[in-house]
Design a protein around this ligand. Structure first.
Ligand code: SF4
Length: 378
């Protein structure tokens, strides 16, 4: 086990949102302080710890050094694994214009507000060109940070929270052990926005199984309508064997949805969005329809039309597209016009005996393989 009092060099956590691909990654804490959501195994292998402020400052110094090397101000070559990691992150950050930083892992708001302010001041001094500092944030943690600190965070460019709302339905939130409820999600979202922090809310079709799909969509849209966040991000649920929810699935407590169910759920969700001016994004690898993006309210009808166009396709064509998406051959429905690509997917379907009987389980398996899963060590 790692000794948290000793500095082990720069380190990165396992995940970041797709929108933070060019962000400087700073691992404020290891793992997740909650770590009990039944649909998440990202940090199962990680014993939770908040990294000491002094170690975080050393990480910033290390990253600054490699940015200076990349800019030709200093001559140095990375030697250790940690130095290569820092060099690689610094170089991606540099290529992205040095505008954004992402705090890892699951919920960096666990850092004491006073320490967070000191960290932000240090980071801003090292990289004054930064425009945006973001993190994953649990609603219950946002609710706990005093308003004056949230305002100070925003002033120090800590100005976007990615909040895993997942569902606005309390039954679903209980079923998956999210550890928060709809009311807290709404309060936290509004509170962060009032402090001047951009809020990006994640919605997860499929999380309520077949039973709750419809109500989860309606209640989630209602929560979003009350928050009116800057961004709404759709991220489909994948049922991996490593998840606690898989046990519920085996025991008949949870029923797995398929791609078509999730698309229909997403349609209900979008159709109930009302009175907001959020940007809707569907940029997650697990989503079938990546072209579902737009600004509310003007793009709502177009997004619904996109879903309807998919649902109107013959079942065999839907299957070609689903498989093509899952194996990375398609990213947009318009690619169904590419006859060569369609023929190639049809050959794969034939060679692997994929039928309407087994497409759901094959698609589900391919989804699981597309995301990193960490399991508890023996
Ligand atoms: S979903 Fe978020 S809060 Fe829940 S266990 Fe995973 S990282 Fe922690």
């Amino acid at each position: 086990m790692r000794d948290n009092s000793i500095y082990h060099g720069y380190e990165v956590g396992p995940i970041r949102p797709p929108s933070e691909a060019y962000s400087l990654l700073l691992r404020v804490e290891r793992g997740c302080s909650w770590n009990r959501c039944k649909f998440c195994a990202f940090y199962r292998a990680e014993r939770f710890s908040v990294r000491p402020l002094e170690h975080l400052k050393k990480d910033i110094d290390e990253l600054k050094l490699w940015v200076d090397v990349i800019q030709g101000k200093i001559r140095k070559t990375p030697h250790t694994e940690s130095e290569y990691e820092a060099y690689s992150v610094a170089s991606t950050f540099y290529r992205g214009g040095m505008e954004s930083v992402f705090f890892q892992d699951g919920n960096s708001l666990v850092l004491k507000p006073k320490d967070m302010v000191e960290l932000l001041e240090y980071l801003n001094a090292a990289f004054p060109e930064i425009k945006r500092i973001t993190t994953y944030a649990r609603s219950d943690m946002i609710a706990r940070v005093p308003d004056e600190y949230l305002k100070r965070y925003a002033e120090l460019k800590f100005n976007r929270f990615h909040v895993g709302m997942e569902s606005g339905n309390d039954e679903v939130l209980k079923l998956v052990n999210k550890g928060t409820d709809k009311e807290t999600q709404i309060k936290a979202g509004k509170k962060a926005m009032k402090a001047g922090i951009e809020v990006s809310e994640f919605y997860m079709p499929g999380l309520g199984g077949k039973e709750y799909a419809n109500q989860s969509a309606i209640d989630s849209a209602d929560a979003i309508n009350q928050i009116n966040p800057d961004f709404v991000r759709i991220r489909s649920f994948a049922l991996a064997k490593e998840l606690d929810l898989y046990e519920d699935y085996q025991n008949g407590v949870f029923t797995r949805t398929n791609d078509i169910d999730d698309i229909k759920e997403t349609r209900t969700f979008i159709s109930h969005l009302d009175g907001i001016d959020s940007i809707v994004e569907s940029d997650h690898i697990l989503n079938i329809l990546l072209e579902l993006r737009g600004k509310m309210p003007e793009d709502k009808e177009r997004m619904l039309h996109t879903i309807d166009a998919f649902l109107a396709l013959p079942e065999e064509t839907q299957m070609v597209f689903r498989l093509g998406r899952r194996i990375g051959m398609f990213s947009q429905m318009s690619e169904l016009n590419n006859k060569m690509a369609v023929r190639r997917v049809e050959e794969i379907i034939k060679a692997n005996h994929i039928t309407d009987e087994n497409i759901d389980s094959i698609s589900s398996e391919l989804m699981v393989n597309a995301i990193p899963i960490q399991v508890k060590p023996d």
